[in-house]
Design a protein around this ligand. Structure first.
Ligand code: ZN
Length: 367
């Protein structure tokens, strides 16, 4: 990348939405086809709202809606839009860099992509309630698995005015979240908001957390007073009509992009084996020193994990939590595998039925 192309990328009308050299490169062949790049700010029933260099475009997703729910267009995706035509079509979804996925509650047991191309997965935890470390670990697994960098925001920090008490709480969360920054914030006193704003100004962020975790208050602190203006903008659509649109992807006044979709509340893991491994990095590291490589850390001799619990360097709660999430993940994977097997069997039955019909027809014809 040379300097002139770098400045060309920063001057791009979509730079505020996260457009960079990498996307420009991936989009080059689409540009040759006369398509426009755009970022999806909202998705609903077969259509999506896309910000493009020529403004907000409502595009049909018919061409890019595969049967695989993991590949369905979602907020945060970059797409190549064909703006000539009525309706306008999203022709291609650019390869996602990261994807935040949860398991749906449905019987089909499928993954659902909540947001794409997220850089920071911010786990909001309210200090108004007692810390639930297990829940934080679950969110962390989801965040690591997405490919985004997790960050824990301890909201309502003003409710813990005692500095020593606050530092203990931060430490508790830090030991639960190796490799993750833990930041106390308060939108009442403004504590930590500047630092937080600076972190999220570089890229796309998603706020995760249960309801009451302070996500909206934190989002408002980042968005300032313009929140309604930003979220519901009057746009001119393709036919010159003025319409009011709600966006789930917002450009922050201080830089960066915030994705706020209603679905982000769910926390079911989805095939998060490596995510779980990253949350419990120290346990997986200890396990490498167990005498048996398939050690279950139960009663095996020479178990390094049990030794760490014995000498107090590893809290037993961590191992329990680790086991729980590993089991949960295995259950989901097994369920998915069962579904895939069932689908393969159905396909096979269909094909063999077709084959039999073909053979019957052939025999009938040769008679
Ligand atoms: Zn062991």
């Amino acid at each position: 990348m040379n300097l002139s192309s770098a400045s060309a990328a920063s001057a791009h009308p979509l730079a505020a939405y996260g457009w960079d050299e990498g996307w420009a490169e991936e989009f080059a062949s689409d540009a040759d086809r006369g398509l426009l790049p755009g970022r999806v700010v909202r998705v609903d029933r077969g259509q999506c709202d896309v910000v493009t260099p020529v403004g907000l475009v409502r595009a049909d997703t018919e061409f890019v809606t595969p049967r695989d729910p993991m590949r369905v267009v979602c907020t945060g995706d970059w797409v190549a839009v064909d703006t000539n035509g009525d309706p306008r079509y999203a022709r291609r979804v650019l390869q996602r860099r990261t994807a935040l996925v949860r398991s749906t509650s449905s019987q089909r047991s499928e993954g659902q992509v909540l947001a794409a191309n997220v850089d920071h997965a911010v786990i909001c935890v309210s200090l108004a309630a007692e810390l639930d470390l297990g829940r934080i670990e679950r969110f962390l697994a989801l965040a690591w698995e997405s490919g985004a960098q997790p960050l824990v925001a301890l909201t309502k920090a003003d409710l813990v005015p005692d500095v020593t008490a606050l530092s203990y709480l931060v430490q508790d969360v830090e030991t639960t979240a190796p490799g993750v920054q833990v930041l106390p914030v308060s939108s009442t006193t403004g504590e930590g908001i500047d630092v937080f704003g600076a972190i999220v100004s570089g890229g796309t962020s998603v706020l995760l957390g249960v309801s009451g975790a302070g996500k909206s208050t934190l989002a408002n602190a980042l968005l300032g007073d313009d929140v309604l203006d930003v979220q519901a903008t009057r746009e001119v659509d393709g036919k010159g009509r003025h319409t009011t649109t709600t966006r789930n992807l917002l450009v922050l006044p201080g830089g960066g992009v915030l994705i706020d979709t209603p679905g982000v509340r769910g926390v079911g893991l989805w095939d998060a084996e490596s995510g779980v491994g990253q949350v419990f990095a120290e346990i997986e590291e200890l396990a490498e020193h167990c005498r048996f490589h398939d050690c279950a850390h139960g009663a095996e001799p020479g178990c390094a994990v049990l030794a760490a619990i014995e000498d107090g360097t590893l809290p037993e709660r961590r191992l329990d939590s680790y086991r729980k999430l590993v089991r949960e993940n295995l259950r989901i994977v097994a369920k998915t595998d069962a579904r895939l097997r069932a689908e393969m069997l159905r396909d096979w039955k269909l094909k063999s039925a077709q084959g039999r019909a073909y053979l019957t027809a052939k025999r009938g014809g040769s008679r």
